[in-house]
Design a protein around this ligand. Sequence first.
Ligand code: UT7
Length: 325
Amino acid sequence: MTHLRSIVRGCGSYLPPRILTNKELESIVATSDEWIVQRTGIRERHIAAKDETTSTLGIKAAEAALADAGLEAAEIDLVVCATSTPDYTFPSTATQIQHGLGNYGSAAFDLQAVCSGFIYGLATADKFLTSGSHKRALVVGAETFSRIIDWEDRGTCVLFGDGAGAVVLEAAPGEGTKADRGILTTQLRSDGRYRDKLYVDGGPGSTGTTGHLRMEGREVFKFAVGKVMDVVKDAFADAGVTPEELDWFVPHQANRRIIEASADKLGIPREKVVITVEKHGNTSAASIPLALDAARRDGRIKPGDLVMLEAIGGGFTWGSALLRW
Ligand code: UT7
């Protein structure tokens, strides 16, 4: 029996040209290149220029993904943008990306699950495509976290950066087995009791201001390593796949230590782990498609490879997606 799958037709990413190095941060807050590299693995991050916004970064990533897919913008009938740093409270950043691409009339909306946003976006688009209601989706993760950072807080300002990544998904027939190309399973979780561990202290409905990011880093770290295990194991079980069958582990890029500790606990060898955090820091919803695009372009991820994505973010929200490239 035919079983619809959401296959990846193309991917793309974009980082703004301005690079902020650890050395430069030493003149902004009491920190050191050595501390940042040792505790996080981050060496540099990219910062959006004054005339760049989340949607302009998203448009560039989406254009690259469409070119990679060999598709015109008009062939897309769903645009999902995962972001916590929208250009405006409304309209959605997704509609501005849609407009920038010259795609009119398709469904477009934003989705907010902070650093898990791309996983939530993939899972949402997958439901649209596998229901048969839509044919091709653009899923974008785009952020300008530099705009919500407290540049006097050394505990957070060294960690984040700006960027965008995108994939084009297409509904295609499969057999309903783990040998199919496309998304095999997604696992989504959230728990609002953890709000105070990672949040922004402002918003249109509370303070009327944009606010700044606040985080209890050590608490987030502990939660991240623990919860990642659950969603990754559940994804393996749901798809009937063993960790040994995995070709690539592409986690949210927040901290090299979190990534390595999670991979070790899951028994995934280090050479199968894609790490790009040193180049762009934590770009929240953009980090997974940025890492995916890097590993695809340098030839690591190849057609047929089994790829596990996972993330955890404010809320807390967390989730995983297992797909065959
Ligand atoms: O995307 C999902 C959300 N975010 C994350 O996944 C981040 C999760 N957390 C982390 O990545 C880590 O907890 C951090 C990188 C944020 C911090 O690393 P840590 O090893 O947990 O350090 P810590 O918070 O326990 O702080 C250790 C020390 C403290 O000094 P004292 O109290 O021991 O004297 C901090 O004040 O390091 C100090 N510190 C810094 N020193 C130099 C904190 N930030 C800095 C800094 N430079 N930038």
